[in-house]
Write a protein that binds this ligand. Structure first.
Ligand SMILES: C[S@@+](CC[C@H](N)C(=O)[O-])C[C@H]1O[C@@H](n2cnc3c(N)ncnc32)[C@H](O)[C@@H]1O
Length: 271
């Protein structure tokens, strides 16, 4: 399934030199967004054999995938020509277009509908942020964090991708923002003590490991604080997340800027 954020032809396979360990692991284990895994492995093998520096980088960066990488490489056919190599590279780049666009964070706002179509008033309508201590989990380029910082006392933005952390840090420096701090961190393993934040928010992050993720968000939130899931407006309809509602989250629906359904969620933390 293509997300449509990038044209993979615009990117060099060298983009993979920016991949984080967890991204290499996810990609090697799943084949990215690609449906036909043998076909993806064939293309990945051709691309890796044509780019030995990247192959070595990926093995060293993610040692738990080294054997898989070697197997995929050994099983790949010899490409007929340079065009077949480039076609294999483009197939693999397209299979992880979210990881690829994170290597060029400065174009994300322009390319991603959930950012350029979104109005920060949607966040302000969901939760009171004035003078609060707020965490944005999986902050990306800081859509939620920079909005929250207009009202909150402090905003902490945790993000596991280094290029995105640097993008946010540069923006903070360039704009002279004093109340945002950027950290590494996974939604299932946040680098904060229990009961730290008045508001713990995220957007387009929670879902893969729902129970563990919500437990960790709850852990770092103060009693009577708020958990917020605030996705941006997209060009396709969002569906109501029944699992969230069953788990006590309030769903708030609106018609987004592209005329499609958008659902946000909030939950008061009781401990
Ligand atoms: C689609 S982006 C959304 C970014 C931002 N929350 C927003 O709505 O603008 C998803 C973000 O989640 C981050 N991410 C991916 N896996 C994660 C994990 N296990 N824990 C925390 N963040 C994660 C990605 O690096 C990326 O920044």
């Amino acid at each position: 399934m293509a997300i449509g954020w990038i044209n993979p032809n615009d990117y060099s396979f060298d983009s993979f030199l920016f991949l984080e360990r967890f991204q290499i692991r996810l990609m090697m284990n799943s084949g990215g967004w690609f449906k036909d895994k043998p076909e993806w492995q064939r293309n990945m093998g051709i691309a890796l054999n044509a780019n030995p520096v990247i192959k070595e980088y990926m093995k060293k960066r993610c040692p738990e995938c080294a054997n898989t990488i070697d197997e995929i490489s050994a099983n790949a056919p010899a490409p007929a020509d340079k065009a077949e190599i480039r076609s294999a590279e483009v197939c693999v780049l397209a299979s992880v277009e979210d990881f690829v666009i994170y290597t060029t964070p400065w174009i994300i706002t322009e390319k991603c509908d959930f950012i350029y179509g979104w109005d920060k008033q949607r966040l302000f309508d969901l939760v009171e942020l004035t003078d609060k201590t707020v965490l944005d989990v999986g902050a990306g380029t800081g859509r939620l964090a920079f909005a929250a910082a207009e009202k909150a006392a402090w905003v902490y933005a945790s993000e596991p991708v280094g290029t995105l952390r640097e993008f946010m840090r540069d923006k903070i420096a360039n704009e002279g923002i004093k109340n945002i701090r950027i950290l590494d961190g996974f939604v299932t393993d946040l680098p904060f003590p229990d009961n730290t934040f008045d508001v713990v928010m995220s957007g387009h992050v929670v879902g893969d490991d729902y129970g563990s993720e919500v437990a960790e968000l709850t852990r770092v939130c103060k009693p009577d604080g708020w958990l917020i899931d605030c996705p941006g407006d997209e060009k396709h309809d969002s569906r109501l997340d029944k699992r969230a509602v069953e788990n006590g989250w309030e769903a708030i629906h609106y018609i987004g800027s592209f005329g499609k359904d958008v659902y946000c969620y909030r939950k008061r933390v009781k401990k």
